[in-house]
Design a protein around this ligand. Structure first.
Ligand code: AMP
Ligand code: ZN
Length: 112
């Protein structure tokens, strides 16, 4: 499958890895929108959050466990962090492997 994030998970395209377990992979966003901006994906491909919810809803638990474990290790609990997923054109989705942006490191503005 010609998927950028599957290739990153497989190590075929380089990334700055920040988290990995048997199910979940986390890496720095190449174009950060905050001092801390990382992406978390499940290693098994789905295109977006709708497909994930219909066919692989257990992945949500895996990914959110990974994110919160990493956030605790980074001591982000107190200052806080934001989790965002974009689906489709209006949300600006550009990579069609479900991913969760995690933003932190400054006081974040409200949503558009
Ligand atoms: P989205 O617009 O929600 O689909 O987010 C895709 C994100 O992937 C964007 O924030 C991009 O900056 C990021 N991105 C694209 N290519 C790479 C890459 N090779 N390594 C890390 N992040 C990437
Ligand atoms: Zn993929």
């Amino acid at each position: 499958m010609d998927c950028l994030f599957c290739k990153i998970v497989a190590g075929e395209i380089p990334s700055e890895k920040i988290f990995e377990n048997d199910k979940v992979f986390g890496f720095k966003d190449i174009s950060p929108m905050a001092p801390i901006h990382v992406l978390f994906v499940h290693k098994e491909h789905t295109a977006n959050i709708s497909e994930l919810s219909e066919t692989q809803s257990g992945q949500l638990q895996d990914v959110f466990k990974g994110i919160t474990q990493w956030a605790q290790e980074q001591n982000l609990d107190e200052g806080g962090f934001r989790i965002v997923t974009n689906q489709g054109v209006d949300a600006g989705q550009t990579v069609f492997h479900t991913h969760f942006h995690v933003l932190a490191g400054k006081k974040l503005g409200r949503f558009g």
